[in-house]
Design a protein around this ligand. Sequence first.
Ligand code: ADP
Length: 497
Amino acid sequence: MAIVELDPLVREFTAKERPMLIGGEWVPAMSGNTFETYDPSTGEVLAHVAEGDKADIDRAVKAARRAFDEGPWGKLTPSERGRLVHRIGDLIMEHADELATLETLDNGKPFAVAKAADIPLSADLFWYMSGWATKLDGRTTEPHVPYKPGSEWHAYTRREPVGVVGQIIPWNFPLLMAAWKLGPALSCGNAVVLKPAEQTPLSVLRLGELILEAGIPPGVVNIVPGYGETAGAALAAHPDVDKVAFTGSTEVGKLIVEAAAGNLKKVSLELGGKSPNIVFPDADMEKAIPGAAMATFFNHGQCCIAGTRLFVQKSAFDDVVAGVADHAKSLKVGPGMAEDTDMGPLVSKEQFERVTAYLQKGATEGARAVAGGRALERPGYFVEPTLLVDTEPDMSIWREEIFGPVLAATPFDDLDELARQANDTPYGLGAGVWTQDISKAHKLAKLLKAGTVYVNTYNIFPAEMPFGGYKESGWGREMGPEVLESYTETKSVICEL
Ligand code: ADP
């Protein structure tokens, strides 16, 4: 097992206690407390990180408010702002190896995947969003005011930043989720307090250093690592935060909405999923079979849009199941830093216990594993890529988000029934369709209640396309021009001439 060599900068970074970023300064928690982050491939401590709580959030919000109201940030032209955001993308690529290593050590994902996907996607998001800074145009119009006959008017709209934004992100794509949040917030001119997930704060803290290096003024981006119930809850409830953007579980998303009610801050949410992935017998099976497997096994199933409910039309069911099972068995499960690893460990002990409990539950409920079904007998949080058949629509493994490498399959017969079955979930984040019949693909794309429908592909996240959910998968959209709505206020200016 060849191991990718550790970047010496990474060793240095993890060896020191990591402080938090407030007002442009790297500072310890006010309490002096730290928490540990672990390498999920061994379960051993990787680094010690300042543990922010309510007091630190308060300090960070004050710094953000000052930077927003008084700092040089608001006086930059949109072009200047955009260029700083663009520079963050450049710096990410200049430090690609170091960031990919931090991501792998902290999260567990294969280094090659972090390097090929997470890092360039993060850079690209900043590059894409940087261009919007100069394009946040309003419109002009001549309003009709019936009770002022003969009057003349000039009216226009302005797009303005929302203000101080709280951002709470998960551990599955730590750097990329920070990029999705920070890119649009900064391009629109907001100031931010970002709380990374307690499992994976390291790449985001390194990003904080790069953000300062890019020239983003002090206090515009504040990063407060800490636990959800303390730091996260304080940020969501803070009375001087104008908007909260959250990515994570639907359960916590509901808590965010409650916490935000105090000052009615704006809320955007990107939450869970249990996405249907549909394979027709006329699909190109060379693509559809590995595609159906990786729709779940990519990122070890720790992907909110993972295609975890596999629907296969009856005549092709046995062949597709056999192909996906073979693919699952061929995946090499191991530490993310090993060169031949296809799938790393789950992110944490808690997640490992959650996923293995679902495997147990699935077996008790009568589902049958045709690939995987167990944890690996070794240190670290490794679970086999698993394909379950003999599933029923009321089984927990069919209905609930597992967030692990567990794919459940069912045959379908009746095309008219298919969309109803696929939509029979409280979630609506994604869906996949594999067919060579374009008419069938587009008809289904219209019927599926999901924020993203993939056709003959899966798990593609371009910065140009909006991402978000129907139903309990969230509010609003990330990425694309659509995200700008949630980071700006629109002001109407009405003048009587
Ligand atoms: P998971 O269960 O997969 O860890 P969560 O939804 O719990 O996902 O976590 C996503 C993010 O939400 C993390 O940054 C976490 O710290 C944060 N979080 C968890 N609970 C709360 C809460 N009550 N209020 C605010 N943020 C929270």
